[in-house]
Design a protein around this ligand. Sequence first.
Ligand SMILES: Cc1ncc(COP(=O)(O)O)c(C=O)c1O
Length: 343
Amino acid sequence: MCAFPQTKASLDWSNLSFSYMDTGSRYRACYRNGSWDAHMSADKNITLPEGSQALNYGQQCFEGLKAYTTASGDVVLFRPDMNLARINRSARRLLMQEIPADIFMEGLERVVRENYAFVPPYGHGASLYLRPLYLGIGDNLGLKSASEFLFTVYCSPVGPYYKDGFKPIHLMVSDYDRAAPHGTGNVKVGGNYAAGLLASQEARQKGFAEAIFLDATTRTYIDEVGTSNFFGITADNTLITPVSSSILESITRLSLVEVAQSMGMKVEQRPVALSELENFVEAGCCGTAAVITPISHVTSGERTYQFGDGVSAGQMTTRLYERLLDIQLGKDEEFSHWLHKVI
Ligand SMILES: Cc1ncc(COP(=O)(O)O)c(C=O)c1O
């Protein structure tokens, strides 16, 4: 007996954008007095006490990962164990109760199963984006950690994050800082993203696809893009990607590093100076939402760096992208252990 509907929603799967859709079912787990109480909910609204730490003091964190329909029809998650580890790093940083692995995984799996109708079928370049969200809640006034927590997982079927998909984008170096060293830039907390909104808007108003941030101390090294990590590729096929205490450790980037090595590329993970951009023949950004998005140009003040012909995606970036898609769609043996089968 199958506990979930077998039919698919009537959606234009090949033309989905990266936007919210109410799919009708989400997971909720509440931590109170030392124990977790979980259920599925049809209600997209959450009612919280007005004093909740998540609302007043930003005591909240989240994750983002995708479910894919593979070539053989399975529905899989890409490295959810890494998201579990990361949300608990975020939780520890914000003094929140850690989420047990069984609660986290149950949330992901039930949301995928119960929203099977919204998991895009194979072959449309679309996926089901899952958003685990974790909130400190309760009747509170002063600045202190919550003692009750709400963990929820909701989802939306999505297409590409950037509207043109795998097409090179032009980034603008922001004058704003996103996160400080020893701050919260290396964990996935809402405040980091609110801090980047103005930078992003400014970049878009000037005609760029997105802002890219520098390190806040010296403003000479590349940190990351709003929702993805940066990488560059040199003429001798070395993939170079920034290490910084104020960027989010991208699961896609960690994966890409292993994939690049398996493809025979050299990899350097180290601070990357803005001035080094002139050494790159290809560049890109990577993340769950952005997948791999090639970068054609980066503009910093009066100076514009161009990668390759400035129009098309570079050869190695394209190969990495195709290999990553093959892995996520269950068409790659070597990295098949990264897939967690749900259906
Ligand atoms: C700030 C930031 N950097 C990088 C990433 C990419 O991380 P991942 O590959 O784990 O999605 C994300 C997205 O989660 C992000 O929000």
